[in-house]
Design a protein around this ligand. Structure first.
Ligand code: SF4
Length: 511
């Protein structure tokens, strides 16, 4: 049964308690986590029927250590434990890299240790629950910390496993030559969204619209609006001396457009958007049932130099189960057709944790994709909205597997095939508490992925649901979002463009 865990404290600030909720959720993925409980019930020390209470209290504060008492009340069965956290000197010599106050880190660490003991689970990311754990390593490098200090801080304060620390350091080393992206303020990454797909995959969390009769009617209107947005943006970029370092057409599945629509879009992008001569130009051709030779030729003709063909799984049964309308042989044919046509970089995505798949199916899919030798291979761990019907079903299925073991096996096979990891990010409610990793063959790193995942470049996002990240006048960045809903987008894209223009023209150091 899905219960609620109430996180309560009478001695610790609510915002600090709130910061612990993702840690609790990682240990109890099937439960809801809420902050607080009514004063009366707290005073009575009673949980609601079927609910659980995790209480955290600071019981002693001194110059040397703080003592916390944690108790877990499972309908009257209470387990409690005390933890003394020493006032550390490491942070005085080496300030912590994140923005989080160390007092909050101490409380989170205590909660983590208590729950790890209570459940016997190992969560290798410790208390790091942000999307981009690699940013801590980058920050520590900027602070001049060597590998040993980085390891000590990640291990001691954030309880990250040594394996994950090594992974982060390895990715950091691979990304170093690409840090120049950050220095070039006049270069931006441009994203364009085509939020349509032939059908909707059951696990999809993207703003994508299946090709129903109603949505088909909207495509021409959508493309007209997007074209307008591209033209307005092109003028703005030219006025501010900006050039695209990378262009990424994603979605959705952009190749769902017919040849005429696709050509019109590519022509507008190429004729209008200022870009570096050698700019990276990616098109997501996500689903092979939307690709044919004429579309591939068009992509080549307009200078696309990176293509994504995404199987997600190499198991026929899984493709059926998740609502895909193509088979494996179609995918392989499509891959070789693209390979024969151009020397572009080809990426393939796989997802682990799809319904009905365990160790055997996942490893078989990895082997089959490696046989194709794509230049980039992205391995996603499935993330679903907590509490949704698909999530519940998937959670029950996935709780039978040892995801750490599966991940080791995947990593071994991919590394032995000559790939190395070059970017990583995490999501909420991700299967097995894992991460998404982009692997590449030597010399094939995708600049767009490094720039956007590591947040080292300004981004202009066009089309429904796209986000722009632009520098603010004095400090930091502003995120500006286009509406996700198609009709809303058609009505409001000019207004969002005006906002982008205001922010961009007001920014210091870019004009
Ligand atoms: S192809 Fe991708 S964007 Fe389209 S429905 Fe499937 S998961 Fe969503």
């Amino acid at each position: 049964m899905r219960k609620t865990i109430h996180l309560v404290s009478m001695t610790i600030e609510e915002k600090v308690i709130k910061s612990c909720s993702t840690i609790v959720a990682a240990f109890f993925p099937v439960n809801r986590v809420e902050i607080g409980l009514s004063q009366q019930r707290l005073a009575d020390n009673q949980s609601a029927k079927g609910d659980l209470i995790l209480r955290i209290e600071k019981i002693k504060v001194s110059d040397i250590s703080n003592v916390f008492e944690l108790s877990f009340d499972n309908e009257g069965q209470v387990i409690s434990q005390q933890f003394a956290t020493k006032i550390e000197t490491l942070k005085n010599q080496f300030p912590l890299p994140g923005k989080e106050p160390s007092a909050q880190i101490m409380v989170k660490k205590t909660v983590f240790m208590f729950l790890a003991g209570l459940t016997g689970q190992k969560n290798p990311w410790g208390i790091l629950n942000g999307m981009r754990p690699g940013k801590l390593i980058t920050k520590m490098e900027e602070l001049g910390y060597d590998n040993k200090i980085q390891e000590d801080i990640l291990d001691h304060y954030y309880l990250v496993s040594s394996e994950k620390i090594k992974l982060l350091q390895r990715i950091n080393t691979v990304q170093k030559p690409y840090r120049e992206i950050k220095e070039k303020a006049k270069q931006v990454a441009v994203y364009l969204a085509i939020p349509f797909c032939p059908s909707r995959c059951s696990y999809c969390s993207f703003p994508s619209n299946p090709l129903s009769a109603k949505n088909k009617e909207l495509i021409p209107l959508y493309l007209q609006a997007l074209e307008q947005e591209i033209k307005l943006t092109a003028e703005l970029m030219a006025e501010n001396g900006l050039k695209a370092d990378s262009i990424y057409v994603g979605g959705g599945t952009p190749t769902v457009l017919d040849v005429k629509e696709l050509e019109e879009l590519l022509r507008t992008i190429c004729d209008r958007l200022p870009r570096k001569q050698e700019a990276e130009f990616t098109v997501e051709a996500g689903r092979p049932d939307t690709l044919d030779l004429s579309k591939l030729k068009l992509l080549k003709q307009y200078g696309v130099n990176r293509l994504s063909i995404n199987p997600q799984s190499m198991q026929e049964k899984t493709l059926d189960r998740i609502g895909r309308t193509h088979g494996i042989s179609e995918l392989i044919d499509c891959y070789y057709m693209a390979r024969d046509l151009s020397d572009w970089t080809i990426n393939m995505d796989l997802i682990i944790g799809l319904p009905g798949e365990g160790f055997a199916e996942i490893i078989d899919s990895i082997n089959k994709v490696l046989e194709l030798i794509p230049d980039n291979l992205t391995v996603h761990a499935m993330a679903l909205k907590r509490g949704s019907a698909v999530w519940e079903e998937s959670y029950v299925h996935n709780s039978h597997y040892d995801w750490a073991e599966i991940e080791h096996e995947i990593e071994d096979r991919i590394l032995s095939a000559g790939y190395y990891p070059y970017y990583l990010y995490r999501q909420k409610n991700i299967v097995g508490n894992l991460e998404n990793i982009g692997y590449t063959l030597p010399g094939k790193v995708c600049r767009y992925n490094v720039a956007t995942i590591e947040e080292i470049q300004n981004v202009i996002g066009l089309g429904a649901g796209a986000a722009s990240k632009l520098p603010k006048r004095n400090y930091g960045h502003e995120n500006i979002y286009n509406p996700q809903d198609l009709k809303n987008y058609l009505e409001r894209f000019r207004e969002v463009h005006a906002k982008r223009k205001r922010v961009l023209e007001g920014a210091v150091g870019i004009s």
